[in-house]
Structure formats: C-alpha cells, structure tokens
Design a protein around this ligand. Structure first.
Ligand code: PMV
Length: 332
C-alpha cells in the first residue's frame, strides 16, 4: 500500500504489514495498571480472516513530525497513540514517521479496529526500523497501546494471560484446527460514544460488579480453553455468552452507566436465541459497541447471516472465518 503519488524512498526505512481484528470470547475488561495498560485478567479470542487493516510505516529524517493518514484522510486524533507506540518499537530518538493505514471495515465502532491497527503497526514499524523482534515482544508493545491488539499478533484461538509485570500471549489452537465462522451484524457504523479505556476505568471505579467479574475470569478462561481444545461447541457457547453478558452488566452498573447496545443489538440477540432453540450451533458476543458477532459452525453460516440480515436495524452483515496473525507484507 505505497502512496499512489509518493513511491517509498529507497533511502528511507519503509515497511508494510497486515493484521486482522480479533473477537474476544472471554473478554478483557479492566486494567491492573492503567499507566502500562496491563490488563487485570486474562482473555481468549479468535483472530478473523476477511476483515483487515494494512499499515505502512516510513521513517525519514526529512520529516519534521509524525504524519498519519487513515483511509486516505489525514488523521490527527489517533496520532498521539500511534507516535507513542512507534517510540516503544523504535526508541524515542527515532526519525519521524509517515504512517498510512487502510482497512476494509468501520473504525472505532466496536469491531476491534484498534486491535488490527496496532498489531499491523508494530510489525511494520519494527521492520522499517530494522529491529527484528519475536512475536511476543511485539505483542507486548501492541498491548501497551490497545490491550486487545496483543492478541492480533497471533492467529486462530489466542489466549492472553497476565503475569505480575507483563502479558503472555499464544495461539492455543490454529484456525484450521477448528474452523468456526463469525457473522458480524453491524447495527451502527459511527464511532462509539465512550472509548473502551475510559469505560473500563469507569467500571473499575464505580461498578459494584467489577470485583466479582475479575474473580470469575480465571474459571471462565479455563472453561473456554478446555472447550476449544476439546472442540466442545456448546460449552464454548455457554461460557462465552455468559462472559459477554457479565462484562456488559459491569458496564451497565457503572456510574455514569455505559450502554453500548441499541435496539437492533437486542433484536439480533433474540434472533440468535431463536436459532439456538431450533438446535443450530451458534452463539453471540458483543464488544464495546452495538454490533453483534455470531459465532457458528461453518455450515450454519448462511442461515445465521440470513437471520441477522432480516433483523430490523441491521445495516449490513459481514462473514469471516478464522485467520492468521499479523505479518509483514513488504519491506524496503
Ligand atoms: O483493546 P481495547 O482497549 O480496545 O479493549 C477491548 C475491549 C473489548 O473489545 C470489549 C474486549 C476484548 O477483550 O477485546
């Protein structure tokens, strides 16, 4: 994704990477250390395949400041977080950078766009800077910018655990080991009203349910991990839906409350319940936004998509299999 009107300068350090968003089945909600963005508990996700973000980074001594272009438009809002992340990858004394991002799905709408963006960014930046790093250190850097981004460095089913001072992240089952399908019902394309970081801090500070949420995370994580390793769909469905609804209960109990859902989110949830009642292998999860993600066995995907498309308020649906972690596309 080099600029059409500005070919990368061979004397500069340029690289391009791609990452896909991930959808958490056991959620990350709350920080142990706000400064370092260290999650308060572990999480488990699936990395998607057909939604993507491509990021190119070009370091150049000729630039006076960092520049960010997102989907062909200059973007000042995201720049401070991007610059801080580049400092962690390449050092604060790095040359300034021109960063370009392109994606095929809505940004900041609860579709994990920051996860794929920061995962792609750390891979592109480390290669552009000529700093070879293993995936885990890169995941830790991405996680410092956006907790969920650490998981998009890896493909398939990904577990994130929290140690005393750092995170551990790894694929626990490959995408091909258990090829589930994710159907996303977009019910609103605009950006969310409250950022996930702000909402998490509000939950920690004021929700009466926050401490019990954290207490139960290890048990939920174990149940989901066991379900993935045994390919037990109904166990995964039960624990993932319960975990999602608990996370939103924590938010609803915050002051002021955080309610990301709209009426179409609930309509979609009812549609999934009807499919379950008819014996179909599908369950839902919802993140920091009003979109509903239905996870199903591949041969149920057509039916699930039609059911969600038929829900009042659904703007569009997207379907994805499970995919690979962040990777380098090009390097000059
Ligand atoms: O990584 P953040 O700060 O955008 O937070 C992600 C929070 C959820 O998407 C709601 C849950 C998760 O584990 O991805």
């Amino acid at each position: 994704m080099s600029l059409p009107n500005k070919a990368p300068d061979k004397n500069n350090m340029w690289a391009e990477a791609q990452a896909q968003p991930n959808i958490a089945l056991i959620k990350y909600w709350g920080k142990r250390d706000v400064e370092q963005n260290l999650p308060a508990a572990g999480s488990l996700s699936v990395t998607l395949d057909s939604l993507w973000t491509k990021m190119s980074v070009e370091f150049s001594d000729a630039l006076r400041g960092d520049e960010l272009v997102v989907n062909a438009a200059s973007n000042e809002k995201m720049l401070p977080r991007i610059s801080a992340c580049l400092d962690r990858v390449a050092g604060a004394d790095r040359p300034r950078a021109s960063i370009e991002s392109e994606g095929n799905f809505p940004i900041a709408a609860g579709l994990a766009s920051s996860a794929s963006a920061f995962a792609a960014l750390v891979v592109a930046a480390s290669n552009a800077a000529g700093k070879n790093r293993d995936t885990l250190p890169l995941a830790r850097i991405a996680g410092a910018a956006s907790g969920s981004a650490a998981r998009s460095l890896f493909g398939g089913f990904v577990e994130l655990q929290v140690g005393d001072t750092n995170i551990e992240v790894a694929t626990i089952a490959e995408a091909g080991d258990w090829p589930l399908t994710v159907v996303i019902a977009v019910t609103e394309e605009g950006a969310k009203p409250v950022s996930s970081s702000e909402a998490m801090n509000r939950s920690a500070a004021s929700s009466p349910f926050y401490s019990s949420w954290l207490e139960q995370q290890p048990a939920d994580l174990k149940s989901a991990r066991d379900a993935v390793l045994r390919k037990d769909f109904s166990q995964l469905a039960a624990v993932a839906e319960h975990n999602c609804l608990k996370m939103h209960s924590v938010m609803w109990g915050s002051r002021p409350p955080v309610v990301y859902w709209n009426s179409a989110t609930l309509t979609c949830m009812e549609a999934v319940r009807r499919l379950q009642d008819d014996g179909h292998a599908v369950f839902f999860t919802i993140d920091a936004g009003p979109q509903l993600k239905a996870i199903c066995l591949p041969d149920e995907a057509g039916l699930v998509r039609s059911a969600l498309d038929a829900c009042t308020g659904v703007v569009r649906t997207m379907v994805s299999g499970l995919g690979a972690g962040a990777r380098l596309l090009d390097n000059k």
